[in-house]
Design a protein around this ligand. Sequence first.
Ligand SMILES: [Fe+2]
Ligand SMILES: [Fe+2]
Length: 194
Amino acid sequence: MSTCIDCTALEAELRSTLSEKRLVHSLAVSQTCKELSFQYGEELDENILSACGLMHDMAREWDGQKLLSYAYDHSLVLEDEEWAYPVLLHAPVAADLLAKRGFPAQLCLAVRHHSLGSIAMGRMGLVLYLADYLEPNRSHLDKQIRQQLLKAPTLERLCLLVMEMEGQYLQKKGKVRAKVSQTLYEYVQGGGRL
Ligand SMILES: [Fe+2]
Ligand SMILES: [Fe+2]
């Protein structure tokens, strides 16, 4: 696939495959990806980044059985937590679908890790991971907290703040971070750059 992806066609595809709520989220993630990339001076291809935000949740409305079947049938390499909570499989399944359609590797890698985060997700993955959490329709964030978060001086610092908020949420629910997420958290906490 050339680097010129037809995002209008992707939007039309999502309009016919996703619920209205998920479509609105996907459009907002795509937009937020571009805003974050601009704000933090990332040199990411805007066209690829737009497509990445649009398509990241393309399999989010599949049921658990369909996701599990796809993962088995295509021998996806998965984290333990992804086998345990099949909803998490929407990320690696979407990444595999997109790779098979010829989308760029950095986009597929970003989509692969957008749920749990990973030190292997790349700069585009970092932007997508954060945009997914910060897009303005998200009910877990009020406008003020969002604005406060967006004052972070770097994407890594923003990632740390987001992961700390998410950590508090998980704690309230009596859950712990997935191993791959904890590794990311410790990496950015120690000053690591993706
Ligand atoms: Fe997702
Ligand atoms: Fe999402």
